[in-house]
Design a protein around this ligand. Structure first.
Ligand code: SF4
Length: 92
């Protein structure tokens, strides 16, 4: 079974308008933000047409990788979703 197929089994209850991850405003993204585009396993981060990094929280698996890499520098803020929202894992 491919990883993508397993990820498809997860379910998300999206807290619309209340992202649990916020990218700090920036003109040019610092290296730790650029790294998130590659290292997020759910590919929640992308570079927009202005060269800035954006996050789409609705597919986040709450693995915490981006938190470890980028929160310490202030590049993002990260909190768990409110109760009842976020990812629901089918496997583990
Ligand atoms: Fe991606 Fe994990 Fe960060 Fe969610 S917590 S945005 S899945 S790296």
């Amino acid at each position: 079974v491919r990883v993508e197929d397993k990820l498809y089994q997860n379910r998300y209850r999206v807290d619309s308008g209340r992202s649990h991850i916020v990218v700090a405003p920036h003109e040019t993204p610092p290296p730790e933000l650029v790294a998130l585009v590659t290292i997020c396993p759910a590919r929640c981060y992308e570079i927009n047409g202005k060269g800035q990094v954006e996050v789409a929280h609705d597919g986040c698996m709450e693995c915490g990788t981006c938190r470890v890499v980028a929160e310490g520098s202030g590049a993002i803020t990260w909190t768990y979703p409110r109760g009842g929202y976020g990812v629901q894992f089918k496997f583990g």
